[in-house]
Design a protein around this ligand. Structure first.
Ligand code: C5P
Length: 238
């Protein structure tokens, strides 16, 4: 019998009969302000999952170890169960979002080099910033684990920046999460969709990510469908 393990902001995780395999269900829901704002969007789950599957498969083809096993349906995937690190790894190529507001900067300038920030996952605390020494001192991850995860982030950035450019989009910033498999291997987990990255149209700077919901700019599902179509085109999967 399957058991619901967790309902997140946009996904549900189910324990399957295999102890090492989970079923992920992408919901037709978006949240902002750490869950304080929440709305239903028909078709959003399938669009976000479609994008995330294309990205994860592309990363796997290019040697990145991930939790992904296979698609079950347009809104469901099977993934390997991991012990998740309670950390969010944010990489920024362009000034935007909280990086702009925190330092009083205008959005849009390309950074001289990617900025790497780690946040401690906690809804109650609003995901506070955490540095390397605190992460190690609190036993959340070792220096070697952090090196490994940041090297994954750099590889992902190097692979996805040109992929999104080919699809006519600038990869402004993105958030990754990692977990450890039963055998100890660290793998990329969670998802990669416009829920957790910023994508701007290369020509017009139009927002093609969850900022359209956060800032009430456009229809969320239509926006995600457009990203999915463009990505399929760039990958020759139309
Ligand atoms: O809000 P901020 O500018 O810090 O977000 C940086 C990037 O990380 C954005 O692409 C955002 O969607 C993503 N993010 C996320 N989950 C969070 C915080 C940020 O996916 N809890």
């Amino acid at each position: 019998m399957e058991k619901l393990l967790y309902t997140g902001k946009a996904k549900q995780m189910w324990q399957t009969d295999d102890p090492e395999v989970l079923r992920v269900v992408y919901m037709d829901q978006a949240t902002a302000l750490n869950g304080k704002k929440k709305d239903h969007f028909a078709g959003k789950g399938a669009a976000a999952k479609g994008i995330s599957d294309l990205v994860f498969n592309y990363l796997i083809e290019h040697g990145i170890a991930t939790h992904f096993i296979k698609q079950l349906s347009p809104t469901e995937d099977l993934v390997k169960k991991c012990q998740m690190f309670p950390l969010e790894f944010v990489t920024r190529n362009v000034i935007a979002g909280h990086f702009a507001s925190r330092y009083g900067l205008k959005e849009g300038k390309v950074l001289a080099e990617p900025v790497e920030e780690t946040f401690y996952k906690s809804d109650e605390l609003d995901d506070p910033f955490i540095n390397e020494s605190a992460t190690i001192a609190l036993g959340i991850a070792s220096h070697a684990d952090l090196e490994k995860m940041w090297s994954f982030c750099r590889e992902v950035n190097a692979l996805l920046k040109p992929l999104f450019e080919k699809a006519g989009m600038q990869l402004v910033d993105f958030k990754l999460e990692f977990g450890r498999l039963a055998d100890g291997q660290i793998v990329l987990a969670d998802e990669f969709s416009p829920d957790n990255c910023r994508l701007w149209d290369l020509k017009t700077d139009q927002h093609l990510d969850k900022d359209v919901y956060r800032r009430k700019l456009a229809d969320l599902t239509k926006t995600y469908d457009e990203v999915l179509d463009r990505l399929k085109g760039a990958l020759g999967k139309e």
